[in-house]
Design a protein around this ligand. Structure first.
Ligand code: PGA
Length: 258
């Protein structure tokens, strides 16, 4: 079985580098205690910590199987774009993965499918892997159509090979831990959505099953349910938000991935 991906999306946390270092030290101690690492770890810290995290990941028990990710990128590679960070800048820092279209950006900041599409192309152009977040806001009668439409606009203009280079994180917005009344999806119902997205890609890009993007699940993943998701062969990893900055909980999750 291929290694599962555990993507730690730290969001706008922790508040200081000292706390970030404590999380990394704690995880490193855990890695030291294991013979085999049956997962690929990707840390996606806030931009300001990327350089420091990159240095830490090059050392000690992080050396094998850990990578650096960013939480966002701007769609232009250069220019007068106040406050933005470009693909070439991230690439130079050693970033290998970039989250695009996270629901917090789509729904809180008004990022449209068209913007996500431009960012996704910027990530590919700069030879990094986009982790493309897709997911419905509410699970109503229309959610299947919503997912197809979101996938259509998000991946618009990409060719067959480019689609295969993406990773998709299926993250139903209602399941993200910071939402009021959040509850994790079940692996079975997440699989239904994942199949909808995969079939849409197969039909529209004539992809073979083996060329499909890797699929992750995200939304209230904790030590209580991580195994239920990753034991599904179609789910190739998890995108973990809140629990990834709680060092005890995060290490507990890692210890369950055998
Ligand atoms: P959560 O966040 O694990 O806190 O639900 C997941 C995400 O937003 O990527």
């Amino acid at each position: 079985m291929s290694k599962k991906y555990i993507i730690a999306n730290w969001k706008m946390l922790p508040a200081s580098w000292a706390e970030a270092e404590q999380i990394l030290d704690f995880v490193n101690d855990h890695l030291e205690s294991r013979n085999e690492k049956e997962f690929s770890l990707v840390f996606c810290p806030p931009f300001i910590f990327l350089d420091e995290v990159s240095n830490v990941l090059k050392t000690s028990h992080f050396e094998h199987g850990s990578s650096l990710g960013a939480q966002d990128v701007f769609w232009e590679d250069t220019g007068a774009d106040t406050g933005e960070v470009s693909g070439p800048m991230l690439n130079k820092l050693g970033v290998q993965y970039v989250i695009v279209g996270h629901s917090e950006r789509r729904w809180k900041l008004g990022e449209s499918d068209e913007i996500v599409n431009k960012k996704l192309k910027a990530v590919l152009r700069n030879e990094m892997t986009p982790i493309v977040c897709l997911g419905e806001k509410i699970r109503d009668d229309n959610f299947r159509e919503f997912l197809r439409e979101q996938a259509k606009k998000t991946f618009s203009g990409l060719n067959h090979d480019e689609i295969g280079k993406c990773m998709i994180a299926y993250e139903p917005v209602w399941a993200i831990s910071t939402n009021p009344d959040a509850r994790p999806d079940t692996p079975e119902s997440a699989m239904e959505s994942i199949k909808i997205i995969q079939n849409f890609l197969i039909e529209n890009w004539e992809l073979k099953t083996e060329d499909l993007p890797k699929i992750l699940y995200g939304g209230s993943v904790t030590s209580k349910n991580i195994v239920d998701f990753i034991e599904k062969k179609e789910i190739e990893g998890v995108l973990v938000g809140g629990a990834s900055v709680n060092k005890e909980e995060f290490v507990k999750m890692l210890s369950l991935v055998k």
